[in-house]
Design a protein around this ligand. Sequence first.
Ligand code: SF4
Length: 68
Amino acid sequence: MSGVNVAIEIDIAKCDGYASCILLAPEVFDFDETRNIAVVKASLPEQLDLTEIDEAIRNCPRRAITRV
Ligand code: SF4
């Protein structure tokens, strides 16, 4: 459950803004209304729920999310 040293990225060229990632991991992803895409929040909680994040990655229809 802890998310130390986790980097999450969204390929904005792929993102279609459907926002399922935001529904699945609202503490991590936000919606950029100007560009109509999802973004990774600038400030993330210290305890990241990696299960939630991986669920968002799996369910991204554009395969736009990666984490390392
Ligand atoms: S689920 Fe994927 S395509 Fe949809 S908004 Fe999130 S990053 Fe973009």
